[in-house]
Design a protein around this ligand. Structure first.
Ligand code: EPU
Length: 293
């Protein structure tokens, strides 16, 4: 693989991905690149496209399960400073895609801007949360979007307005783009009310979900009008173990990496969860996490 001259020392080979994910599972990326800016991103994309390399975009690594064999394409990480800028214009926030949602929530709270409190405690990046329309407590990030700066996989930049975007439950029409920045419409609020709301959401999350062990958040999407966690729980699977992976005892839609779990351990548990729920409730569970292999 021949990269443009200015990138050839910057694209790394065989970079281990497990440590870059919240699950702490996965093998190496054949090529790994963290562009310094949009120009480098665009150059790497057009070069990878010409070579027909599969391109993977890593956000905060909180919603993915990676094969122990790793991935044979190019993994792009938007964790450099130019993708983590944040500013506000009146009650709108403009945030870089590499920023963590927790940083976005703190920024909004410190400027007395309301409307993003529900994102507190969701362990994702701004970009990843937009692609998957992350949400909680009946709200999702897509409903806040006013404008979006994206790059297509050929390296061309576009600005999309809200009416060009389609967000559904844990889905969007953005998978053909890499998110660069977003403009979110919030509203002026009382600083203490915002802080109290964030505290409340974090506290509920702590009692219903938190575990100190590595995980990837909810494994399956919720079926319409129900909770995947509730269905898995009703199948008696809390605490079920395969290898070093276990169904969480606090919330059955979480799988925990108890110590050195393998890709196959998690897949085996996922298959079991799907099978049991299908047999007992005639419901097909669909993964919410992205699987890279
Ligand atoms: N429940 C059980 N057993 C369990 C888990 C849940 O009986 O093991 C019951 C609860 O008691 C409750 C109902 O199921 O009556 C719903 O549970 P919860 O409030 O925890 O919400 P959820 O539907 O399981 C969704 C999202 C979470 C988000 C919470 C809070 C999905 C797949 N999950 O979970 O998002 O944090 O609501 O808004 O949409 C994620 O996307 O990664 C995630 C964790």
């Amino acid at each position: 693989m021949i990269w443009p001259k200015n990138l050839s020392n910057k694209v790394k080979h065989n970079v281990n991905l497990a440590g870059l994910t919240s699950f702490k599972i996965g093998g190496p990326a054949r090529y790994f690149f963290a562009p310094a800016d949009v120009l480098e991103l665009s150059q790497a994309l057009s070069c990878a496209q010409k070579a027909r390399l599969h391109i993977f975009v890593l956000g905060s690594g909180s919603n993915i399960l990676i094969s122990d064999q790793g991935v044979s394409g190019l993994v792009i990480s938007l964790n450099r400073q130019s993708f983590k800028k944040i500013s506000h214009q009146g009650s709108c926030i403009i945030a870089g895609s590499g920023l963590k949602l927790s940083q976005l929530v703190s920024y909004a709270a410190s400027r007395a801007l309301g409307g993003a409190e529900f994102l507190a405690g969701i362990p994702g990046s701004v970009g990843g949360s937009l692609i998957g329309n992350a949400g909680a407590w009946g709200y999702s990030i897509g409903s806040l979007v006013e404008q979006l700066g994206v790059m297509d996989y050929c390296g061309k930049i576009r600005v999309l307005s809200a009416k060009q975007l389609k967000f559904g439950y844990r889905q969007s029409n953005l998978s053909k783009y890499i998110i660069i920045w977003v403009k979110l419409k919030l509203f002026s609020a009382d600083k203490q009310t915002v802080a109290r709301q964030i505290k409340k959401y974090l506290a509920i999350r702590k009692t219903t979900q938190n575990s100190r062990l590595p995980s990837a958040g909810c494994i399956f999407k919720n079926p319409p009008e129900d909770s995947a966690g509730r269905l898995i729980d009703q199948c008696g699977l809390k605490g079920k173990v395969k290898g070093q992976a276990a169904v969480c005892s606090k919330h059955a839609n979480f799988i925990l990496n108890t110590k050195g779990a393998r890709f196959g351990d998690v897949l085996a548990l996922m298959n079991l969860m799907r099978k049991k729920v299908k047999v007992k409730f005639k419901v097909n569970l669909e993964p919410e996490i992205k699987i890279w292999k």
